[in-house]
Design a binder for this molecule. Sequence first.
Ligand code: SF4
Ligand code: FES
Length: 244
Amino acid sequence: MKLTLRIWRQSGPRDRGRMVTYRVEDVSPDMSFLEMLDVLNQDLIMRGEQPVAFDHDCREGICGSCGVVINGRAHGPERTTTCQLHMRSFADGDVVDVEPWRAKGFPVVKDLVVDRSAFDRIIAAGGYVTAPTGSAPEAHATPVPKPDADVAFDNATCIGCGACVAACPNGSAMLFTSAKVTHLNVLPQGQPERERRVLDMVEAMDQEGFGGCTNTGECVASCPKGIPLASIANLNREFLRASR
Ligand code: SF4
Ligand code: FES
């Protein structure tokens, strides 16, 4: 495959940034999107030019670091992470726009890399339990009803990628925050901090400059882990309960 890439280049936080056009050739349909960027970067390095900076780590859909906006969609045309997106989702000759997450809470560091540490600060505000976790507990010591365990597990699959924020017209972090709150608030181990957790995490979310939720659902449509809108409804319920 041969592709034309239009990639956001920005040398640093103070640079205005611009789209730059590149051609890539010999792209295999079986390459991941990041491997295709590796091919481009190898070519740029061989020509003595600056490679395109992008974030990545696990390259298997777990760490959440690799998100970029591809042709206007967070993580591109499939409902998966950018590292798990394959070039067979594109056609030979395609023109592909690649940009960083665009949100007030995620300032651009360089090229496609944004600072997602706002998510870390939301987690630090309440995304933990104070129950002792030093050793493996006996499996039946704390019974958890199966429906609650399923809800906790489903919400725990959030990888903190930030696609929900990037896709939201309000730049809202409600889906992320709701997944973290729901994961812990539904479990017995999360009860001691239940009220404090939701109040503190929502306050941290607001302080970081993320917008409010107006139920557009773009977050859910772009979430690679299938976190549902029901989690946001639960966040609102938990917030009202804690505010009484
Ligand atoms: S809710 Fe989904 S899109 Fe948002 S950070 Fe978690 S995994 Fe990513
Ligand atoms: S590199 Fe870890 S989720 Fe994509």
